[in-house]
Design a protein. Structure first.
Length: 356
């Protein structure tokens, strides 16, 4: 019999795009850990290849057992009562090996807070739909993804993004320092063109004229490194906290607005703290870099400002666009609550069956 670190409590495995310092994904993990750690010992399943060195010292990894996603034995341990995959924009089949292994030992698997990409063909759709039958509960985070997922898993649930539960660091309310924070998503440096560099310069000029103070807020280590390729940004101050989503959310809460070029979770954080948010695609019309469907869906669903090109965002700023605090649609919190409640009920049933 496997005994957990806390005695004989049931164990839950959390799997996602964790350990890499992506601020949005770290927020998802923190929300899941804080919801379930009071009742379950937590194992975090991480793809250790490419994970950020020292991630095991971050919260909440420092309070959990960490395993590589190739570890198939962990799901067979007696105290393990479930495997949760998500949330975020995970591809269909993410960490399928542990999912299949868990089901082969009659351990339930759950997929929540995720998106649903449209399969590339009817054969692909049939394969994805078959794979999704391995999950006891599926919940997606947007109405756009729900429209796709329900064609693949008819009993899927319309849920929400796990980061809705992310608290803001430090004392509240957060004093407003003014200015705007800017997040720029990285992409391969060979995709950088003079057109992109000129567009970024025009955007920086417009933000400076409108807000005065402009601070860079990278959302992962790759975003931070990418800034070195952008002359328009080299002299701007930076807040580097991508491993600490609560602190990042505080920086957004203290600002007059957040502008995201290609990143989704700055919008989620802004809606959490009700700060204006504007999103732009980074490489309009470039076939090498697809449109960020998940951000477009989020903006459409919640009425956030979405621009298909940086120059369109710049033109809106120069045209005096009225900024409104970002917020979620009326039932979004209720969807999150129900997603968590339904997942909790199934976990409790599994714990009673396997550990009772």
């Amino acid at each position: 019999m496997t005994t957990s670190a806390s005695g004989n409590r049931p164990t839950l495995i959390l799997s996602g795009f964790f350990g890499r310092g992506n601020c949005g994904d770290e927020a998802l993990l923190q929300a899941q850990f804080e919801r379930f750690s009071p009742d379950y010992d937590i194992v975090v399943s991480v793809d250790e290849r490419g994970a950020y060195d020292g991630f095991w010292n971050w919260y909440p990894y420092d309070k959990c057992r960490i395993v590589h996603q190739g570890n198939l034995g962990v799901v067979t341990e007696e105290q393990v009562v479930g495997l949760h995959v998500g949330g975020g924009g995970l591809p269909h089949g993410f960490n399928a090996a542990q999912v299949v292994r868990a089901r082969s030992y009659d351990k339930p698997a759950f997929l929540t807070g995720v998106d649903a990409a449209v399969p590339v063909s009817s054969n692909a759709a049939a394969a994805v739909a078959h794979y999704l039958t391995l999950f006891d509960f599926i919940s997606v985070r947007s109405t756009g993804s729900f429209a796709t997922m329900k064609t693949l898993a008819s009993d899927c649930h319309l849920g929400a993004d796990w980061a809705l539960a992310l608290p803001t660091d430090g004392p509240l309310p957060v004093p407003t320092t003014g200015g705007v924070v800017l997040t720029v998503r990285e992409f391969p440096p060979e995709f950088i063109s003079q057109v992109y560099l000129d567009s970024m310069q025009r955007l920086v000029d417009a933000l400076g004229e409108r807000f005065g103070r402009l601070v860079l807020l990278p959302f992962c280590p790759e975003d931070e490194r990418f800034l070195e390729h952008l002359p328009a940004l080299e002299s701007l101050p930076r807040e580097i906290h991508w491993w600490n989503p609560r602190r990042v959310q505080r920086e957004i809460a203290a600002s007059a607005a957040v502008v995201s070029i290609g990143r989704l979770h700055p919008l989620i954080f802004a809606a959490n703290v009700q700060v204006p948010a504007l999103f732009s695609e980074p490489l309009a019309g470039d076939p090498r870099w697809p449109q960020c469907t998940k951000a477009q869906q989020l903006c459409e669903e919640h009425g956030l400002a979405y621009f298909p090109a940086i120059d369109q965002l710049t033109a809106a700023l120069r045209g005096g666009i009225q900024l409104e605090n970002a917020h979620f649609c009326q039932d979004y919190r209720a969807r999150w609550d129900q997603q968590v409640q339904l997942l909790s009920q199934q976990l409790a049933a599994s714990a009673a069956r396997h550990c009772g």
